[in-house]
Unconditional design. Structure first.
Length: 450
C-alpha cells in the first residue's frame, strides 16, 4: 500500500508528472532509433555481425552501452560513448591546462564554452570511429559470407549518418536533463544496459532447464545466481554511497583563541570518489593488446603475451586489470579531490577541524583521511570489476555475467540512485513522504556523472 501511495503522490505533482512523461517519451524515441538499420545492410548481414559480437568481449561491451544498436548496425550504433570519451578528455585538460582551468572558474559562461569544445571533440571522435566501425562491419560480414560490400563513398555517407545519430542521442540526453528526470546522458546509458538484461536473463534461464546445453545445476543454480546478483548489487550500492564524515566547525566571530556563535557541519569524503572512471581507464589500456593482436597474424593472438592479455577470463588479464583499477582510483581521486583547496576554503570561511590547525595541517589531515578510505574503496572497486570473470568461471553465460560487476553494474546502481534522489526531492519539496521511510536516498554527490 505504501508503494501505491507513493506512486499516487508522484502522479499528483504536475511538474514531476510532466518530467517523467517527457523522459519516457525521449527514451522511447531512443529505443526505436536503435532498430533503424543503416542503409544497404541486409538482415542476413546483421546475423553475421551479431555472431561476431557474441564472440568478442570488447564488442559485447560496446554493444551493451549502445543498447544492442552496435550489433544491429543501427544509425545509433556508435552510441553515446564518443561523447563520454570527449567529456573525459576535456575534464582531464581542465586539470592540467591553465586556460581550461580558467574556463572552469568562469561559472555558466565557462561551462558553455567547455560544452562547446566537448561537442567539437565528439564530432572529431565520431569521424574517426565511424569509418573504423564500417570497415570492421564490412570485414566481418564478408568473412561470414554476406554481401555488405561498402565502397569509399558508402563509408563516407554512412559515417555522416552514424555521426548524426550519436549527436542526436546527445541532444536527447540534454533534453532529458533539462526537461526530464536525472542526468540525461547517464540515463541513456542506463537504458542501454537495462535493455540487454531481459534477453540475458531469459537465455540464462533457458540454459538451466533440464535437457538444454549447459544445464548443470538446473533451476536451483539459476536461483543461486539471482541471489548472488542481488548481493553484488547491494555491495555496489554500499560502494557508491559510502562516505567518511569529517566535522568542521564554522565560527561567526573569533576573538583571540575563542569562537563565538557559528555551527558545526560535515565534509562527506567519498569512499569511491573516482566513480567508474578507473574501470574505464583500465579497460581502455587492457584493450590495447587485443587491438594490436588483431593487426598481426593469427598466431600472435594465440601465443605468449598477446594470448594472456587477450583472454578476458584469464588469470593474468584480471590480475593486471585489478591492479590498474586500484592505481587509477588513487590517481583519479588525487586529481579530483583537492585537500589543499578544501583547507583554504575552510580557512577563508572561518572554519576549522576540531583539534587540527587551519591551513597546511588541515590539508595534510584531509589528505591522510582520503588515502585511508581510498584503499578499501579501490580494492572493492577492483573486485567488483573482475567479478564477471569469476561468474563466467562458474558457468554463467557471457551476456548474463556482465551484470555481476564491472562498469555496467556501477553505472546502473549510480544512475538509479541519482534518479530516485531527484524524485524524492520533488516529493519532499511538496511535503509528501519520500521513497524511503527516513527520506534519505544518497546519490553520487561527487565524482563523475558516468
Amino acid at each position: 500500500m505504501s508503494f501505491i501511495k507513493t506512486v499516487k503522490n508522484i502522479w499528483t505533482i504536475e511538474e514531476l508528472r510532466k518530467r517523467l512523461l517527457v523522459t519516457l517519451l525521449l527514451v522511447l524515441i531512443y529505443r526505436l532509433g536503435c532498430y533503424v538499420v543503416l542503409p544497404g545492410i541486409r538482415p542476413e548481414d546483421l546475423e553475421a555481425l551479431s555472431n561476431f559480437t557474441n564472440k568478442s568481449g570488447l564488442m559485447q561491451l560496446l554493444d551493451m552501452f549502445s543498447g544492442g544498436a552496435f550489433s544491429q548496425a543501427s544509425i545509433f550504433a556508435l552510441g553515446i560513448m564518443p561523447y563520454i570519451t570527449a567529456s573525459i578528455v576535456i575534464q582531464l585538460l581542465g586539470m592540467v591546462l591553465p586556460s581550461f582551468q580558467k574556463m572552469q572558474r568562469e561559472g555558466e559562461s565557462g561551462r558553455q564554452k567547455l560544452n562547446q569544445y566537448t561537442r567539437y571533440l565528439t564530432v572529431l571522435i565520431l569521424l574517426l570511429q565511424g569509418p573504423a566501425y564500417l570497415v570492421n562491419l564490412n570485414v566481418q560480414v564478408s568473412s561470414a559470407g554476406g554481401m555488405a560490400a561498402l565502397g569509399f563513398w558508402s563509408i563516407v555517407y554512412l559515417t555522416v549518418i552514424l555521426a548524426a545519430g550519436s549527436m542526436f542521442i546527445m541532444w536527447l540526453g540534454e533534453r532529458i536533463t533539462d526537461r526530464g528526470i536525472g542526468n540525461g546522458i547517464s540515463f541513456i546509458i542506463l537504458v542501454g544496459i537495462i535493455a540487454r538484461l531481459p534477453g540475458a536473463l531469459f537465455y540464462e534461464f533457458t540454459s538451466r532447464l533440464p535437457g538444454s546445453t549447459g544445464s548443470q545445476g538446473g533451476l536451483v543454480m539459476f536461483i543461486i545466481e539471482l541471489l548472488l546478483l542481488f548481493a553484488v548489487t547491494i555491495g555496489a550500492v554500499l560502494l557508491v554511497q559510502g562516505t567518511r564524515k569529517v566535522p568542521v566547525q564554522y565560527a561567526k566571530r573569533i576573538v583571540g583563541n575563542k569562537q563565538y556563535g557559528g555551527a558545526r557541519q560535515y565534509i562527506p569524503l567519498k569512499v569511491n570518489a573516482a566513480g567508474v572512471m578507473p574501470i574505464i581507464f583500465a579497460q581502455a589500456i587492457m584493450f590495447v593488446p587485443i587491438t594490436i593482436a588483431g593487426f598481426g597474424s593469427a598466431g600472435d593472438a594465440t601465443h605468449g603475451f598477446f594470448a594472456a592479455f587477450s583472454d578476458i577470463n584469464g588469470f593474468w588479464y584480471n590480475l593486471v586489470y585489478f591492479l590498474m583499477i586500484v592505481a587509477f582510483t588513487y590517481f583519479y581521486t588525487a586529481i579530483t579531490v583537492r585537500p589543499q583547496q578544501m583547507a583554504e576554503d575552510m580557512k577563508r570561511n572561518n572554519g576549522f577541524i576540531p583539534g587540527i590547525k587551519p591551513g597546511k595541517k588541515t590539508a595534510e589531515y584531509l589528505d591522510s583521511i582520503m588515502s585511508r578510505i581510498t584503499l578499501p574503496g579501490s580494492i572493492f572497486l577492483g573486485i567488483v570489476a573482475i567479478l564477471p570473470a569469476f561468474a563466467r568461471f562458474f558457468g554463467i553465460s557471457q551476456n548474463f555475467a556482465q551484470f555481476f560487476g564491472g562498469t555496467s553494474l556501477l553505472i546502473l546502481v549510480g544512475v538509479v540512485l541519482d534518479t530516485l534522489q531527484q524524485i524524492e526531492s520533488h516529493l519532499m519539496m511538496h511535503h509528501y513522504d519520500g521513497l524511503m521511510k527516513d527520506g534519505k536516498i544518497k546519490g553520487r554527490t561527487t565524482g563523475s556523472a558516468y
